[in-house]
Design a protein around this ligand. Structure first.
Ligand code: CP
Ligand code: NVA
Length: 317
């Protein structure tokens, strides 16, 4: 059975219509706005996929950092599409004994039809992609997290019915998640205001990207100013994987906790998102995370749907 196809008279789309077959996904900057919207549309179609369009394919997951959501949602996405997956940690491969990234990518390309990589440096991911002869998907680097932000976008679209013109407030670190949101917002006409403590702004290289420099986020220091009237409030851990867990950094983030008082400054219909895992009581309180405006578990569920769309669009025939 091929990819889901358009039924007569409905708006179902073919995964191949998306136009990213065989492509890498290192950041949403790689995709056009239309491709992002098409992927979100396909992900909604695939929530209850019945057939197995990727039967016979094998997807590798090579993770140098821990993961709950990304690993499991990719494995289940592959399974539901009829493909199989192989999960590899750094210590289970010869990377741990110094085999080069390029040699690893070339060898794995002989066995697998796609490689999903979680690693520290974004440059290393680019090295994987340059050496691999199969599509490489970014499962998180220190610079970007495209699969998570696709799920965030689906969550916002489902809740608000639109993306263009939506007011999104980011409160916290200028990290991989904010940087991916900056790229997505610039492409999709989302108004993004980000409050980061001094010294923790997003990477100037991301702000200078084509398309981002013309549609930059509003960078602020005040969480209250960022959140005022917002439709969506987002935060993330103050200490990302691989970063030093320092008292200095925690001190810089005092006043950046998303609590009920801060949420009350947003639009009354605002939703709260967090990619998880959360550090409860630090960047967000239990009352917000478990409160009525929080969609964090729908957001996590959407990882599965968008990853199915992504795998199908990249590997479908
Ligand atoms: N949000 C996210 O990427 O979670 P994991 O680290 O559990 O994959
Ligand atoms: N910014 C976080 C996201 C975790 C999913 C990190 O990189 O650890």
């Amino acid at each position: 059975m091929p990819c889901p196809g358009p039924g007569k008279g409905d708006d179902r789309m073919l995964a191949t219509d998306i136009g990213i077959q065989g492509s890498d996904l290192l950041t949403l900057h790689d995709l056009s706005a239309q491709t992002i919207l098409d992927l979100l549309h396909l992900s909604a179609q695939l929530e209850h996929v019945q057939d197995a369009p990727l039967r016979g394919r094998t997807i590798g997951l090579l993770f140098r950092k821990p993961s709950t959501r990304t690993r499991v949602s990719f494995e289940v996405a592959a399974l539901e599409l009829g493909a199989r997956s192989i999960y590899m940690t750094e210590s289970q491969t010869q990377l741990s004994r110094g085999e080069t990234v390029a040699d690893t990518a070339k060898v794995l390309s002989r066995y697998l039809q796609a490689l999903v990589v979680r690693t520290g440096s974004h440059e290393e991911l680019e090295e994987f992609a340059a050496a691999a002869s199969v599509p490489v998907v970014n499962a998180l680097t220190d610079r970007f997290h495209p699969c998570q932000v696709l799920a965030d976008l689906k969550t916002v679209l489902d809740a608000k019915g639109t993306l263009a013109g939506v007011e999104v407030a980011w409160v916290g670190d200028g990290n991989n998640m904010l940087q991916e949101w900056i790229v997505a917002a610039a492409k999709l006409g989302i108004h993004l205001r980000a409050a980061c403590p001094a010294g923790y702004d997003p990477d100037p290289r991301v702000l200078a990207l084509d398309g981002v420099s013309d549609h930059p986020p509003t960078l602020l220091r005040s969480p209250a100013e960022a959140v005022r009237g917002a439709d969506v409030v987002i935060t993330d851990t103050w200490i990302s994987m691989g970063q030093e867990d320092s008292d200095r950094k925690r001190a810089a983030f005092q006043g950046f906790t998303v609590d009920e008082e801060l949420m009350a400054k947003a639009d009354p219909g605002a939703i709260f998102l967090h990619c998880l895992p959360a550090h409860r009581g630090e960047e967000v309180t239990d009352a917000v995370l478990d409160g009525p405006q929080s969609l964090v578990f729908d957001e996590a569920a959407n990882r599965l749907h968008v990853q199915k769309a992504l795998l199908l669009a990249i590997l479908g025939e």
